[in-house]
Design a protein around this ligand. Structure first.
Ligand code: ZN
Length: 506
């Protein structure tokens, strides 16, 4: 009989510093249909995309494996997931898993940093529930975002954990392919997955987690070298998500071997040690917005990108922060673009005024008091779009992005992209879809921490990380942790370090 796998995607990255909760409707937006997908709607929506499920589908096809995707949803990163939303989606997943009957493996496409009201480690809870239905003998292969806060409970319930290597996450598709490849060898009895896991007493912030430079590049090269050693199936580094204030937040490593617990433990120890030794290289430099404007005015050579990581919707930010926009308008910087301000009210008002109209709007700053006040601006409506385009960057290429009603609103030398939906502008195709060639701008301010580098790194002359306030500010000075375990560096500079860790081996 042909080998058959069941797959499910249930993802959220929870920023516990965001006050607005994540509700079941938010998960409906990220699903192929209102029922969180059926096997055919999931294949239709994900096949041909550079996503985990895109990789699952292609790899299964090439192995001649039959795949049954039973659920697919990913809500935009945001606040704590409501208990009822979680119960409904998890309940649907478990019911469909039971209905699907026996299989040769379950592939779970999870994020790894979902926090639910009353459940800190939602993925640990999901994998354990899947294990209960699937039984001890059915392999469970879990893919995770590199911002997963991996826990011992997750490592115990899963057979294999495969994290993204890259940040920007340009290797989602490859990790999906890898998951199926490994599951096929396990189903064939060629590999007996043996997983070791270790948590480090360490939090890091996004800008230095970028994987095309050190310290991350060298750490990844170490993991890749391990994966080429005989007996090693996968080596995963999770940089963790510091905006989830939970006991287990932070960096961890996991290594899967073929039936060699001692090798897995040794490799995990080597990776953990290398990461710990690099801990001081993760400190982030932020630049005041006025210094960046000075730089643009003085040098005027090539595109400068200003990353407003503090208001990154990809980590829970509202994407309606006005701090940078205000500074640009006050100095009337020429050739500047702000991508984006997620403000449904302003986008719709400008769209209904129509192309060519001059309107006065209270722009942005409407979600909370942390990202600057609404900014009254009079400007010109240059272009109105439905905000939909096919992504072209390596992250998710082929997927349709949907920003909702989108308006290019021009205020002096500054053009503001107003959007209906809260989405991270990490693909430069957004600007091109609106008639803006990014390389011809002097300054582009992006509501993105690192993902934008997948399409902007090569066209930007300089990139600065903005010193702005917000729920995704990449500095520890902005947060008070109350649930995080004690002794975590750099919050506790006198962290006892690795030797003091209980070994979270699973
Ligand atoms: Zn991530």
């Amino acid at each position: 009989m042909a080998v058959s796998f069941i797959t499910a995607q249930f993802g959220h990255e929870t920023n516990t510093f965001v006050s607005k909760p994540t509700r079941v409707e938010d998960f409906r937006v990220g699903a192929p249909d209102a029922q969180f997908g059926s096997p055919s709607s999931i294949v239709r929506a994900r096949k041909g995309t550079r996503t985990i499920h895109g990789g699952f589908i292609d790899s299964a096809e090439s192995h001649g494996v039959s795949l049954t995707p039973i659920l697919a949803t990913f809500a935009q990163p945001g606040g704590m997931v409501e208990e009822a939303a979680y119960a409904e989606i998890k309940g649907t997943l478990i019911r469909r898993l039971r209905d699907a009957g026996a299989s040769d493996g379950v592939l779970l496409d999870l994020h790894g940093a979902m926090v639910v009201e009353g459940i800190e480690d939602a993925e640990g809870d999901v994998i354990a529930a899947v294990r209960e239905v699937a039984g001890a003998e059915t392999p469970i292969v879990v893919t995770l975002d590199s911002h997963a806060n991996v826990t011992a409970a997750m490592a115990q319930a899963a057979d294999v954990i495969i994290g993204f290597d890259e940040y920007p996450h340009i290797d989602m598709y490859e990790r999906g392919v890898e998951a199926v490849d490994i599951a096929v060898s396990v189903a064939a009895g060629e590999v007996r997955p043996t997983l070791a896991f270790q948590q480090l007493p360490l939090l890091t912030m996004p800008p230095r987690q970028y994987t095309k430079r050190d310290p991350m590049l060298s750490l990844l090269e170490l993991a890749w070298a391990m994966e080429r050693e005989p007996g090693v199936v996968n080596a995963t580094i999770s940089v963790g998500f510091p905006y989830s204030d939970i006991w287990d937040a932070g960096v961890s490593v996991a290594v899967t071997t073929d039936d060699d617990a001692e090798l897995a433990r040794r490799k995990v120890g080597e990776l953990a040690q290398a990461f710990w030794e690099a801990r001081d290289e993760f400190d982030v430099d932020l630049t005041p917005v006025s210094d960046v404007i000075d730089h643009v005015e003085r040098h005027d050579a090539g595109l400068v990108v200003l990353a407003d990581g503090s208001d990154n919707p990809g980590g829970g930010g509202p994407a309606d922060g006005t701090v940078i926009l205000r500074a640009l308008v006050e100095r009337d910087v020429q050739g500047a673009t702000v991508a984006v301000i997620a403000d449904a009210e302003s986008a719709r008002a400008a769209a209904s005024a129509g192309v060519g109209a001059t309107v006065t709007l209270d722009v942005g700053g409407k979600t909370d008091d942390l990202h600057g006040a609404p900014l009254p601006l009079t400007g010109y409506v240059r272009l109105v779009s439905d905000g939909r385009f096919e992504m072209q960057g390596p992250m998710g290429r082929g997927s349709i992005a949907d920003y909702g009603v989108t308006v290019v609103f021009v205020v002096g030398g500054v053009e503001v992209i107003l959007t209906e939906h809260r989405r991270q502008p990490y693909d430069a195709e957004l600007l091109r879809s609106l008639g803006i060639e990014p390389a011809r701008r002097r300054l582009i301010a992006l509501k993105s921490a690192v993902h934008f580098r997948q399409t902007y790194q090569d066209i930007a002359e300089r990139i600065f990380d903005a010193d702005t306030p917000g729920v995704h500010r990449p500095k520890f000075d902005a947060y008070t942790y109350s649930n995080l375990r004690p002794g975590v560096y750099p919050l506790s500079p006198a962290s006892p370090g690795l030797s003091f860790l209980p070994e979270g081996s699973a």
